[in-house]
Design a protein around this ligand. Sequence first.
Ligand code: NAD
Length: 310
Amino acid sequence: MAHRPKISVVGAGNVGATVAQYVVEKELGDVVLVDIIDGIPQGKALDLSQAGPVHGYDSRLVGSNGYDETADSDIVVITAGLARKPGMTRDDLLFKNAEIVGGVVDQVAARSRGAILILVTNPLDAMVQLAWKRSGFAPERVIGMAGVLDSARFRTFIAQELQVSVENVTAFVLGGHGDSMVPLPRYSTVAGIPITDLLPPDRIQALVTRTANGGAEIVALLKSGSAYYAPGASTVEMIEAILKDKKKILPCAAYLDGQYGVAGLYVGVPVKLGGAGVEQIIEIKLTTTEETAFQKSVAAVRELVEKLKL
Ligand SMILES: NC(=O)c1ccc[n+]([C@@H]2O[C@H](COP(=O)([O-])OP(=O)(O)OC[C@H]3O[C@@H](n4cnc5c(N)ncnc54)[C@H](O)[C@@H]3O)[C@@H](O)[C@H]2O)c1
């Protein structure tokens, strides 16, 4: 009998519920939603099940406050934690979310030894490093979601600026998730044409700045909570690449073992995502300016990770 993939999503808040929604709408598999709040994962799972007849999906959704239902998951997405409030940096979240994510990883890793973990909780780069250490999983099976979102934001702004379809736009970002993220305009293209040929440097800089502040812009608008539609969609693009073994090149937080001159640290780089998780780190040659920005971003990630004393 064909195996239907099992995707567990821990944290049934805004991002987690959106991941569950997009997963079933794409019929990528069955979903287990887990949260500490009694009734929330159960209620959202039931509600999403009842959208099945309308959307035409047969995915089974289960909600739970425990972990037994997650056993033998193919993929576990971790969104559990606190979201940023206005004026709060991602780093403020570090210690609280480290405690939450550490506990979640212990539970899921014990029940799904072969799973691929996708971390979403912020501060992302530190949480993925923590999850890798705590799970004991091979680094290619512990991956952080940030670059897909950052590049989706950059793509949106480029498409709006040039009045072209978002489908024509690709964008390339490197580095940590957050203010030190490094977009690479010369590798960001519209139908293959680098945006450096299409836009003046000051316009590109404005789009880059808006992208780097993309999360904060939404936090300021929402006032309570942070972005979740695009983060959910970005996570599901990674899930799909893995479950369909697409070998898709996507920017993800991946474990560097000497690539880009960085060893022993999770940082955002382009990777090939397939059935085995991160199947390859794509290395490109950086210009001096890009290298400086990248190393600054790596230093920011390292500083955060060191605070965790893993
Ligand atoms: N990596 C990215 O690009 C990115 C993008 C968006 C959001 N995020 C991060 O994702 C996280 C979730 O964001 P959100 O908007 O969904 O927040 P949210 O508050 O809506 O949801 C978080 C959920 O986690 C649950 N939770 C807390 N502790 C838990 C535990 N120990 N076990 C199980 N569940 C627990 C909460 O009850 C809540 O339902 C935040 O840390 C946010 O900063 C990251």
